[in-house]
Structures are given as structure tokens and as C-alpha cells.
Design a protein around this ligand. Structure first.
Ligand SMILES: NC(=O)c1ccc[n+]([C@@H]2O[C@H](COP(=O)([O-])OP(=O)(O)OC[C@H]3O[C@@H](n4cnc5c(N)ncnc54)[C@H](OP(=O)(O)O)[C@@H]3O)[C@@H](O)[C@H]2O)c1
Length: 295
């Protein structure tokens, strides 16, 4: 099935992977970068940009966001503009033009007090401005009247962008010991696997099949892991000789508080879209291959 899709975002981890995987699957994708659509623009201008897209689109994927979790604490206006006001305007335009919309959100809408994977209907209670602004965006999209999916994901990485994986690899070039927090538990998600899952959701949403709209969760499958555990897996996979010193979050203060546990339950996504999610370890291998190809 070949889809005609608009992707808001072109340079981010997910947007780049959507473009690559979408092309491989034979979809036609129009991507709008910041120059084509600045998400801090006035809502009317954002709606006008969506209205100017070619008619007959099978879907629109909002892959851009203000993702600086710590920066959001001192830039709440910017975080809310990009993560809430802009998605609201895009969703209103999608409703008006009957474009199915996919909005991407985050595990940081949860407070991390649970010890079992969070389902899409679990109570939200963000700890920081980033999570709160993303939750606001979710609610705005849901109440817009657009035919929309909210796809929450967690701990996204690829092989080339600035992220946890590439930061660890860079540090391993100069250090032989590194301290990483061991009391935040989640599941990493390779951007390429996320993109394939999002595209599968776009297929489902574009068909007139009885896909239930609303919130779904997508992440790497496999074992729950801490950031320190993920770092160890990265160094093992790359044969890097570096010691990981496991530290508590209290020894690594950051501007934003993060959930101690934010594993997402992905069952309803996998069942509804008939798309088993690969283990994050496979994603790690794929990201390292991507890195080699890029070198
Ligand atoms: N990264 C994670 O660990 C993570 C975890 C959970 C959920 N998510 C969600 O997953 C989605 C994709 O994240 P990602 O990791 O792909 O993000 P990313 O790599 O940080 O990229 C963010 C993208 O948003 C664009 N952007 C930021 N401000 C903008 C503005 N004012 N106008 C237009 N574009 C703007 C950036 O463009 P420029 O290049 O021009 O700055 C960039 O393309 C987001 O919704 C995010 O909230 C991410």
C-alpha cells in the first residue's frame, strides 16, 4: 500500500527515519522543516500551512517537537508553543480538511510511581514542563475533532543524532570510567523501528477499517533497563573498554525531574496494528550499523 503523507519535521531522529523507511516502503512523503513551518508561528499561520498542503493526503505525522527536557524548565513558553499550541492548530486544520493525523508523545507524561508497564489509559501526571506541555498537546489533538492517533514512545535513539547512544560513544573515546544513573527504568526505542511502527499505524488510520483512534504506546520490546544498563549494553556491543559506575539520580541533578519508571505497555498497539515491536537490543545493533554506514 503506497501512502501520500505529510511529515512535520525533517531533521529530527523520527522524521529522518520516517523519510528513509517511508521511501523504502514506496510511500510519497512531503516533509516540512522549520523553514517551511516554524511551530512557534501564530496558530492561524500554522493552520494556513496545513491548508496549503496538497489535497487527498492519506495522513499527516507530527514528528517535530521541543524535546529539550531540561531546557523546557527555563523555556516553558517555547515548550508549550511547540508541544501544545502548534499541535492544537495542526489538529484543527487536519479536522477541517479531513486529514488523518498522527501525533507523537512521550513516556514523560507519567510520574514513574508505578512498577508495572504503563498502559495507554494509565493516569498521567507529568513531573516536568516538557511532559506537561506534551500532555497538553495530546489533549488538544484529542479534542480537535481530527481523526487522530496519539503514539507515545520512550528513550528514542538513532546512530547519528545527538542522543544517549552517541553521547556514550563519544565519551568512550576519551574516558575509561563513566557515571550513569541506575534508578530510572525504561525501554529504549530505535528511531528506525519507531518509524516503521508509525508508518504501519498510518496505514491502519488511512484505511476505513475499524481502527480505534486514541492513545497507543510504541517502544522497543525486551527487557526493562536503566540508563546505566543501556550504557553497558552499548559498550558491550562496541567492545569499548570503559567502566560504568552506577549512580542514583540524586547524584546527577538535572533541571527537570524524570520518572523513575516509565516502561510502556505496547500490547494494544501490537494487537491493533498487527505489528510486533522489535527488541531494543536489535535496535541498538541497527543504530550501530547506521553509524558505520554514515562514517
Ligand atoms: N527523543 C526522545 O527520547 C523521545 C522520547 C519520547 C518521545 N519523544 C517524542 O518523539 C517525537 C520525535 O522526537 P525526536 O527524538 O525525533 O526529536 P528530535 O530528534 O529532538 O528532533 C526534534 C525536531 O523538532 C524540530 N523542531 C523543534 N522546534 C521546532 C520549531 N519551533 N519549528 C519547527 N520544527 C521544530 C527540530 O527541528 P530543528 O532541527 O530545526 O531544530 C527537529 O527536527 C517528539 O514528539 C518527541 O516529543 C522523543
Amino acid at each position: 500500500m503506497s501512502l501520500r503523507l505529510a511529515v512535520i519535521g525533517k531533521t529530527g531522529q523520527l522524521a529522518r527515519s520516517l523519510l528513509r523507511e517511508g521511501e523504502n516502503l514506496g510511500h510519497q512523503i512531503i516533509a516540512l522543516d522549520r523553514d517551511a513551518l516554524d511551530l512557534t508561528s501564530a496558530p492561524n499561520n500554522i493552520m494556513a500551512a496545513i491548508s496549503a498542503l496538497p489535497s487527498g493526503l492519506d495522513g499527516l505525522i507530527l514528528a517535530a517537537a521541543y524535546t529539550d527536557v531540561d531546557g523546557a524548565e527555563s523555556n516553558p513558553d517555547m515548550a508549550y508553543a511547540v508541544n501544545s499550541t502548534a499541535p492544537a492548530a495542526i489538529a484543527r486544520a487536519c479536522a477541517k480538511h479531513d486529514i488523518p493525523m498522527i501525533h507523537i508523545s512521550t513516556d514523560y507524561v507519567f510520574d514513574g510511581e508505578e512498577d508495572q508497564p504503563y498502559g495507554p489509559d494509565a493516569d498521567t501526571d507529568p513531573l516536568g514542563v516538557y511532559g506537561a506541555s506534551k500532555l497538553d498537546g495530546e489533549l488538544a489533538v484529542i479534542s480537535s475533532g481530527a481523526r487522530a492517533l496519539i503514539l507515545r514512545t520512550s528513550w528514542v535513539f538513532d546512530g547519528v543524532s545527538k542522543n544517549f547512544l552517541t553521547t556514550m560513544l563519544k565519551l568512550s573515546e576519551t574516558k575509561d570510567e563513566i557515571s550513569v544513573v541506575d534508578d530510572q527504568i525504561g525501554r529504549p526505542t530505535y528511531a528506525g523501528h519507531l518509524a516503521l511502527a508509525v508508518l504501519k499505524a498510518a496505514e491502519g488510520l488511512s484505511e476505513e477499517a475499524e481502527i480505534e483512534t486514541g492513545v497507543y504506546h510504541i517502544s522497543g520490546s525486551g527487557e526493562e533497563i536503566s540508563w546505566a544498563g543501556f550504557a553497558k549494553a552499548i559498550f558491550k556491543a562496541t567492545d569499548a573498554d570503559i567502566l560504568v559506575d552506577e549512580i542514583p539520580t540524586s547524584d546527577y541533578p538535572t533541571a527537570a525531574e524524570r520518572p523513575a519508571y516509565s516502561v510502556l505497555n505496547t500490547d494494544s498497539f501490537e494487537r491493533t496494528f498487527r505489528h510486533p515491536l522489535p527488541e531494543w537490543q536489535a535496535g541498538l545493533r541497527a543504530a550501530l550499523d547506521e553509524r558505520d554506514e554514515d562514517a
